[in-house]
Write a protein that binds this ligand. Sequence first.
Ligand SMILES: [Zn+2]
Length: 151
Amino acid sequence: MPWKCPICGTENPDDVDTCRICGAARPTASTVSVAERGPKVVAYYRQLVVEILETPVKGLAGAAKAFDLEALGNIVTVGRALDNNFVLPDPSVSRRHLRIVVSSEGLILEDLGSTNGTYLMPEGKRVNVAKAGEEAVVKIGNSVVRLRLVK
Ligand SMILES: [Zn+2]
């Protein structure tokens, strides 16, 4: 049976015992029932700070937002749609562009099939799913954002 990761919410196939996105262990039957009652979020870091370094959107360069990972959980979404955690109204950014999963080993970036892609800077390598440590600079559309984890 496919199983849902308790950390990042990803559906994983039955034949794997660790989450393909964040690497968390597959929960046992007893932890699944706890999870269904509403698990307490295990936050590996206190905050994720998202800062816009460059953007064609007027007035938005330099803007930053800190997410409380204990309250929000370990996933922060970025995109143009208003229901993302971090909304970036750059027309070259997809409505649902990027999912950031915070694991025990730091940031995991997951491009959500965006039109213009997600690039890890300074190398500019296009990524689908990538581990990025505790701090990363990513280019999404014509905007560049810095992601930083705070213990
Ligand atoms: Zn996971």
